[in-house]
Design a protein around this ligand. Sequence first.
Ligand code: ATP
Ligand code: MG
Ligand code: FE
Length: 346
Amino acid sequence: RIVLGIESSCDETGVGLVRLADDGTVELLADEVASSVEQHARFGGVVPEVASRAHLEAMVPTAERAFAKAGLTLSDVDAIAVTAGPGLAGALLVGVAAAKAYAAALDVPLYGVNHLAGHIAVDTLQHGPLPKPCLALLVSGGHSQLLRVDDVASGIVELGSTVDDAAGEAYDKVARLLGLPYPGGPPIDKAAADGNPEAIAFPRGMTGPRDAKFDFSFSGLKTAVARWVEGARRRGEEIPVADVAASFQEAVADVLTAKAVRAATESGIGTLVISGGVAANSRLSALAAQRCAEAGIELRVPRPRLCTDNGAMIAALGAHVVAAGRKPSGLDISANPALPVDTIVV
Ligand code: ATP
Ligand code: MG
Ligand code: FE
């Protein structure tokens, strides 16, 4: 069966096509993304109205490119999945409206699905079925969560999440402090390669004995970097961008991997999936690989292209939801900007 996936929760218009085989395996056929990130760069963050308009313009051409890539036509589609939330309300609405139109015109079932579950499900396109249960560390521009995934189509439990900024948000804010472009993850990753991760001892948030074991906090770290940079400027010193980037990146990777490995060890779960845009970070994946190997945990990190927002992740989740026999959502669904992670199908 062919599943079409549509994503529009933030600034990427994504359309993916996958094939669900009878044995439950899911194969990637097409993954087309149109990003409006350049239109937001000069504002230092996503402007919702600009994102909505860009989705509206990009949706149909992106879908046409996906069908051309896969060598399929609309009539080949057996089911449609669309991101129903969480995300920006106006942005989500464009994808939901498009998905409803396709579902009504083609007379196929429609599934409104959770974007965060999609970030996890996408890994099956690269590494095959997920063990049940597994742990997921979801680190993106809007979220930082540690999740127990009993079944990506039906059972996700939050073990912890950020109490303030998301990890990607911290990258974006620190990049701004250092005069690096938006989004900040890739330029910090690049600058850090030439820096010393031990040059500056930045704080590891939420790691004290009284802190919730699996929650995160990145706003203190961001403030510490801001203070350090201000101090150096006041003294008339040149900012050692590479060292600040490397030391900041080390603090983020240290906390994320320490908590994820601890969650796996304490719960006796043998597989950790790291996904979301920040999973593309070179130091995070290297440190996770090292610590997982030491703890005897299998680590799965999708390739960077699958970690950031795309339509294939929604198509993949849709395929697992179809395979699990879940009830379609119906044509009266609405977008839910605050959809909780444990609601996988609306
Ligand atoms: P959400 O999924 O929570 O709604 P989002 O979809 O905007 O948020 P993603 O597209 O998954 O988030 O990720 C974008 C974030 O990933 C940005 O904050 C960006 O800076 C960060 N990022 C991308 N590449 C890297 C990298 N190499 N290192 C660190 N962070 C990175
Ligand atoms: Mg994005
Ligand atoms: Fe995302």
